[in-house]
Design a protein around this ligand. Sequence first.
Ligand SMILES: [Zn+2]
Length: 83
Amino acid sequence: MPIYEYRCRACDHEFEAVVIPKGDPPACPTCASGDHLERLISQFAVSSDGTREMNLKSARKQAAKIRKDKQVAEHEAIHHHHH
Ligand SMILES: [Zn+2]
């Protein structure tokens, strides 16, 4: 879920909020106002989190694939050895 940074124009408080699609819009945790929020551009924070997660997933996927290939190779080596 995307996390956005907001600034409340009512009390000048900055905070991060997880934005739930089709959910309620965030409100300021300090003054509970949802009408004076300004969404800050925090592409760096959002994209770095996303990239890290994707890298982790693809690294795990890659590791699993390498393990599987190794098992298959070992199995084939044993198979060929016995025949
Ligand atoms: Zn506020």
